[in-house]
Design a protein around this ligand. Structure first.
Ligand SMILES: C[S@@+](CC[C@H](N)C(=O)[O-])C[C@H]1O[C@@H](n2cnc3c(N)ncnc32)[C@H](O)[C@@H]1O
Ligand code: SF4
Length: 389
């Protein structure tokens, strides 16, 4: 199974799994306490990048590079400088490319930010999550409010303009007033983008176990949804326009990496657990670091799974990704893709969902999720696409 995109791949993702701690809520491919593997992992990553670039007929012109994690802000400067040499040798990086890195407060200093700027990184995505330090500590996230202010201040000082912050809505022990206080502060920060993620509890996370054993209580869904609606309106007033259910930007600063993903254009991911899409098939790299390292040392493939999407699955993805965007999904796409020979039933379902205020009309002949629909997103998609949950 080899990644072979139908149109040239212009979007790259690089996964750096190392983290200073393992947050109890985190479902991502992340490693804490294994920094001793950074060097060998970096070597393997570079091998994977070079191998892919050499397999392409022409040098690819790249629009976005996203360093995600894990915590890529722990990537040592010397290794990162070297990675950029390789990226610039192997690919043609557009002069206006978006080059982004996810940052944890407490893992950067001025020198690191200057190195990032020198290699062309031009977007920072800072994981703030909350300003209640005790809440974060209890979730094994050892970050302080002072570190958040420091990274915001130093980034601005070094000249980063395109800065985003991630916040999690629905964390335990955060009152509605404390959340509103946080959002009031956020709009005064030197940033251009905010991502608001509603806390998801994933099986196999420590948080899941703590909830099951009543050690942690979460706020009610209704409370979080009311706060979500309040947040959307508040951010809008301050110029942060919603361009996806979780994402808000000053116009012109929408994440191009995210949009490529939602537009279902080909992208290539490198590193453990990284996914790629070649226009038809989804690939997922080996998640286990030992297996990944061995594969790369042996010059073998590190792809763990590959799924070819049939037409229905492709429509399903298109619906799922676009119901969350303000422009919504064209009703015809849903009917033609999912309700062949039964279009009346399809229209009826859409009408019912509209009457129940789970979806609403937006652009001509398009529908999108409402904030009420967001809470039951999977059920809405299942009904629209006739799939079992
Ligand atoms: C790839 S992750 C982590 C990036 C970085 N290591 C950090 O923690 O800031 C990107 C974002 O996902 C969000 N996130 C992580 N776990 C989550 C969960 N269980 N529910 C909702 N959002 C979550 C956080 O806002 C986080 O900043
Ligand atoms: S949320 Fe970020 S810092 Fe925490 S474990 Fe996940 S990737 Fe690492």
């Amino acid at each position: 199974m080899q990644y072979k995109s139908s149109t040239p791949t212009r979007f790259l993702y690089i996964h750096w799994p190392f983290c200073p701690y393992r947050c109890y809520f985190c479902p991502f491919v992340a490693l804490a306490g294994q920094d001793n593997l950074m060097g060998v992992y970096d070597q393997a990553l570079k091998k994977e990048i070079v191998k892919f670039a050499k397999e392409q007929e022409n040098k690819l012109l790249i629009d976005t590079i996203h360093f995600g994690g894990g915590t890529p802000s722990t990537y040592p400067n010397d290794l990162l400088l070297d990675t950029f040499d390789i990226l610039r040798n192997m690919f043609e990086i557009d002069d206006h490319a978006e080059i982004a890195i996810e940052v944890n407060p407490g893992t950067v200093d001025k020198e690191k930010l200057q190195v990032w700027q020198s290699v062309g990184i031009n977007r920072l995505s800072i994981g703030v999550q909350s300003l209640k330090d005790q809440v974060l500590q209890k979730l094994n996230r050892h970050q302080t409010t002072q570190q958040v202010f420091d990274v915001l201040h130093t980034s601005a000082e070094v000249g980063f303009e395109n800065v985003s912050v991630d916040l999690i809505l629905g964390l335990p022990e955060v009152t509605p007033d404390e959340w509103k206080e946080l959002i009031n502060k956020v709009v005064t920060w030197p940033i251009k983008h905010v991502s608001i993620y509603c806390l998801e509890v994933h099986e196999n996370t420590a948080l899941y176990f703590k909830i099951k054993t009543n050690q942690v209580n979460l706020p009610q869904d209704e409370e979080s949804m009311a706060l979500y609606r309040w947040t959307c309106e508040f951010l809008d007033k301050y110029g942060f326009k919603q361009y996806e259910l979780s994402n808000f930007a000053i116009p012109g600063y929408e994440s191009r990496h995210n949009q490529a993903y939602w537009d279902r254009v080909p992208y290539k991911g490198f590193g453990i657990g990284a996914c790629s899409f070649d226009g038809k098939r989804r690939f997922c790299n080996e998640k286990d670091i030992k297996k990944y390292l061995t594969a790369m040392q042996e010059g073998a493939s590190c792809i763990d799974s590959c799924e070819e999407l049939d037409e229905r699955q492709a429509v399903l993805e298109h619906v799922m990704l676009n119901l969350r965007r303000p422009r919504g999904v064209l009703i015809r796409d849903i009917i033609d893709g999912m309700w062949r020979n039964k279009s009346n039933d399809g229209y009826k379902i859409i009408q019912q969902l509209e009457e129940q205020h789970f979806v609403e009309r937006c652009a001509k002949q398009h529908i999108r999720l409402t904030s009420k629909g967001l809470v039951v997103e999977n059920e809405v998609v299942a009904q629209l696409c006739r799939v079992a949950l």
